[in-house]
Design a protein around this ligand. Structure first.
Ligand code: FAD
Ligand code: UDP
Length: 374
């Protein structure tokens, strides 16, 4: 088989690059995907009960990049949606990111007023403060609040999810969900937010629907590499696997999803409820809140963190200095073969990208390819 480009992986990174190369450069692309579907971890499908579920955990699209939003809008309309997350703390459901409303839900009115006043005095209204920063800088009542949030919202959740405590991870991880001195209960404040109107699967189908693109599912690229004649490869799988783990294995965290269909219209009041203290699972998801699907029954998903092994799914790179050092060894290897193979994506860059970041990364790489510097 002959092609200009061999792209490994049909997630946002692979699909964006395939689409751009096929439509803008008019070159042939073969996308090889080892799963039985396109879409990578953003894939969704109807389950046997007729509910549209996100197979690999809820995916909410959010971005401040007009470029990314406009690009994806060529392939989908959007259902406007603001993600709301609650966490169970001391038996009460509070908004997360932890905000002023969370304070009023948890503490007696007078004390909540005092904490609100102190937070606004110290940081200002509308400011986002990462929990590790708040703990460093706060004393007195704010010190108490910082410790309380750390212990009840972050500590055990992080231990369950990463098997590390928040201090052992790059601070950017917990800073994704900062304490928000605001009454805004939304999980994200990005300018553009939504869910693809007709599903992520349909968005990917449209992206890859081009006469220059062929997609081979259920195939590890290593099974076909000797039979494909290609000019260049773009690889979006785990970078350590590409180099046969020659410098050692990069650690990832994995998840197990336990789906349950219930004979009731809704199970919970928000798309995601975090169990930050109790149980072994971290979250219960209910996708109907995201998709807006009308049905008399619902499907919920329990999310259980688990060890990653090489037969499983490497969902999360683990951001810490020592892992970055190991990744840099692979990056040096990648540099040496960049005329033949390009690496991009959450797994190949070993970076905790959101969907919009994966698309932005792919669009930037495409620009480099087009200008001849890729
Ligand atoms: P992937 O989607 O992982 O795609 C890589 C593909 O490569 C996979 O399909 C894999 O099967 C394939 N592959 C790997 N190795 C091989 C091989 N040897 N041969 C053939 N194929 C191979 N982002 C958001 O913006 N909002 C969210 O709400 C959100 N929620 C998330 C929830 C979870 C549980 C997870 C894990 C991620 C979430 N993300 C979210 C992040 C989002 O999933 C990623 O940003 C996005 O999937 C990255 O796309 P990608 O193409 O780089 O990687
Ligand atoms: N986090 C937490 N408690 C929460 C929400 C998040 O401890 O209620 C921490 C945890 O370490 C998590 C990180 O913040 O892994 C990032 O959270 P995010 O919701 O962005 O995780 P993702 O959706 O990527 O799994």
């Amino acid at each position: 088989m002959k092609t200009d480009w061999l792209i490994v992986g049909a997630g946002f990174t692979g699909a964006t690059l395939a689409e751009r190369i096929a439509s803008q450069l008019n070159q042939k692309v073969l996308v090889v995907e080892r799963r039985d579907h396109i879409g990578g971890n953003s894939y969704d499908c109807y389950n046997e009960d007729g509910i549209l579920v996100h197979k690999y955990g809820s995916h909410t699209f959010h971005t401040n990049s007009k470029m990314v939003w406009d690009y994806l809008s060529e392939f989908t309309e959007w259902r406007p949606y603001f993600h709301h997350v609650l966490a169970v703390v001391d038996g009460k459901k509070i908004p997360v990111p932890f905000n002023l409303n969370s304070i009023y839900t948890l503490f007696p009115q007078k004390y909540a007023e005092k904490l609100e006043e102190l937070l606004i005095q110290h940081f200002g209204y509308g400011v986002k403060v990462p929990i590790l920063k708040l703990r460093e800088s706060a004393s007195g009542d704010l010190g108490f609040l910082a410790d309380y949030i750390y212990k009840k919202v972050f500590y055990r959740y992080t231990l369950k999810h990463w098997q590390l405590d928040p201090e052992q991870l790059d601070p950017s991880v917990t800073a994704r969900v900062p304490v928000y001195i605001s009454r805004d209960n939304r999980y994200f404040q990005d300018t553009y937010q939504g869910i693809p109107k007709h599903s992520y699967a349909e968005l990917f189908r449209k992206m890859l629907d081009h006469p220059n693109i062929r997609v081979l599912l259920n195939t590890d690229y290593r099974e076909v590499i000797d039979e494909v004649q290609y000019q260049r490869m773009i690889y979006t799988g785990p970078i350590d696997a590409f180099f046969n783990y020659k410098h050692g294995t990069l650690p990832y965290r994995s998840l197990r999803f336990d789906f349950r269909t219930l004979n009731q219209e809704f199970f919970q009041e928000a798309g995601t409820i975090n169990y930050t203290n109790e149980y072994e699972f971290t979250r219960i998801l209910e996708t109907k809140h995201l998709t807006g699907q009308k049905a008399p029954h619902t499907t919920i998903t329990y999310v259980y963190p688990q060890e990653y092994n090489q037969d499983g799914d490497p969902y999360y790179p683990i951001p810490r200095a020592e892992n970055r050092q190991l990744y840099n060894l692979y990056l040096q290897e990648a540099e040496q073969i960049k005329d033949k193979v390009l690496f991009a994506g959450r797994l190949a860059d070993y970076k905790y990208y959101n969907m919009d970041q994966a698309v932005a990364r792919a669009l930037t790489l495409f620009k480099e390819i087009k200008e001849g510097g890729g």
